[in-house]
Design a protein. Structure first.
Length: 202
């Protein structure tokens, strides 16, 4: 895979090599260890409508009764499962595994900026303190939100920061310098061809 990097007044060309199997295994570790886990539990007559990107674990379905409709009778199910919401880095890895060379720049400039559960709890607590003491309904709603966040924290207590896994990903990508060319020279070629060859955004 080729990667072009703009460096000052020139563009550098690199050959990027990586072991797809090792990166795929790293991706699975990130999903397992770094995802935000949300527990879902509810009753319905219909199965959950998961999309292709949904990561579901510990799925259980139990029949708990029946519901009569005008035209038919349907079983009522109790659903229980954990949904794993992986960090955005997983989507970038998927693109890398599909040989999308444009994703390399995004991976190299990936910003680890996920808001922690503790930060969400602190924010909700501050919002609770600002609610008028006579506004009982709003205070109850915010207390319920805090309760759910504390349950979320307990469910995710063994989850890990993504930092170390991100470093591992970069180490699995081998960059071999091939050549370089001045941007002035490329500009002349672009003028000659009357088309843009590269996106000069850095």
């Amino acid at each position: 895979m080729l990667y072009f990097k703009i460096n000052n007044n020139k563009i550098e060309k690199y050959q990027v090599n990586f072991d797809k199997e090792k990166i795929a295994k790293l991706k699975e570790k990130i999903i397992t260890n770094c995802s935000l886990i949300e527990h879902k539990e509810y009753e319905s007559v219909s199965n959950p409508n998961f999309n292709a990107d949904s990561i579901i674990k510990n799925f259980q379905r139990k029949t708990i009764g029946e519901k009569e409709y005008f035209e038919e009778t349907k079983d009522i199910y109790h659903f229980s499962y954990d949904e794993y919401i992986p960090p955005y880095l997983v989507k970038l890895i998927d693109r890398l595994l599909k040989n999308d060379s444009k994703v390399i720049e995004e991976i190299l400039n990936y910003q680890i900026s996920e808001v922690s559960i503790d930060e969400r709890i602190n924010l909700a607590n501050q919002e609770f303190m600002k609610i008028d003491s006579e506004n009982i309904a709003e205070k109850k709603a915010k207390l319920k939100e805090l309760e759910n966040l504390l349950k979320l924290k307990e469910l995710n207590k063994n989850q890990q920061p993504i930092n170390l896994y991100y470093i591992q990903l970069i180490k699995l990508m081998n960059f071999k310098f091939i050549d370089e060319m001045s941007l002035d020279k490329i500009n002349k070629v672009e003028l000659f061809l009357e088309r843009k060859l590269i996106k000069k955004n850095s």
